[in-house]
Design a protein around this ligand. Structure first.
Ligand code: MTE
Ligand code: MO
Length: 255
């Protein structure tokens, strides 16, 4: 690790000082966030530790007002999975879409879009920050992941949740993302099926996409097809916990 050899306590103290200043100022400026990450020297494990230390696990991302909603919310990355299978699902309004939860759970489950729409919903207006340099505010409605976890009852060995997506790149790699189990229970972590009061459209991840607030845009998996609870991320995809992580992005993308 990059901080090996440094005085860890000194470094942590310095970082916490910075974090404190950012916390006071609201830390809602992407460029400031970048500066913060620079300062930490990209020691990702340290960033996660520091951020978890100064923000309570369930600290909410800032929520905005209806009037703050961006007139244009860009669609980014894949904007259509483009497979025949997906096109068929879309043609049928995603009535056949199913999301199974498998892996280290006591009771595997599977939900249709209709099932999910019938559950208690949460709506939140939040800002999405993409590393490509844009931010937009949108309103999301969906089912909190924590609610979905109660019936499946994760096993004690489960450490991460992996979200698999319908889009596949030219090399055949599936888009996927992951988060620590504890983040599934964050009140704003949800499987969203509505954006700005409308069913999620194809560019923004229809029929279901993850909202993982307080994390950068690439963590918010679109076109979610399956959720798997695992003890380790090493054997999944390229082993780094996500499509972009496998290409060098940080796994813990806290903002
Ligand atoms: N399945 C899938 N999810 C994805 C992506 C993608 O290409 N495929 N792009 C990510 C990136 S980089 C961003 S910024 C957001 C963009 O979400 P939006 O298209 O709704 O703006 O989705 C994320 N989730
Ligand atoms: Mo992004």
């Amino acid at each position: 690790m990059a901080h090996r050899g440094l005085d860890r306590r000194q470094l942590l103290k310095g970082a916490l000082g910075t974090a404190g200043v950012l916390a006071l100022s609201g830390c809602d400026n992407l460029s400031r966030m970048h500066w913060f990450r620079e300062l930490l020297g990209h020691t990702e494990a340290l960033t996660e530790r520091v951020q978890r230390a100064f923000t309570p696990v369930n600290a909410l991302a800032r929520e905005y007002q209806e009037t703050d909603i961006s007139a244009v919310f860009p669609a980014n990355g894949n904007i259509d999975p483009g497979t025949e299978h997906y096109a068929g699902m879309a043609a049928n309004n995603f009535a056949e879409w199913r999301v199974p939860v498998t892996g280290l759970v006591s009771k595997p489950a599977e939900w249709t879009l209709e099932d999910l729409k019938g559950m208690p919903a949460r709506t939140q207006i939040t800002r999405h920050d993409c590393v490509e340099g844009w931010s937009a505010i949108g309103k999301w409605t969906g089912v909190p992941m924590g609610d979905l976890m109660h019936p499946v009852d994760p096993l004690p060995e489960a450490k991460y949740a992996v979200f698999y997506c319908a889009d596949i790149d030219e090399e055949g790699a599936t888009y996927y993302e992951s988060m620590a189990l504890q983040d599934l229970y964050h009140p704003q972590t949800m499987l969203a099926y509505e954006m700005n009061g409308q069913p999620l459209d194809v560019p923004h991840g229809a029929p279901l996409r993850l909202r993982f607030e307080r994390q950068l845009g690439y963590k918010h998996a679109k076109y979610v097809t399956r959720i798997e609870l695992v003890a380790s991320l090493a054997d999944i995809g390229g082993g780094k916990g996500g499509y972009w992580e496998d290409q060098g992005y940080e796994w813990y993308a806290g903002i």
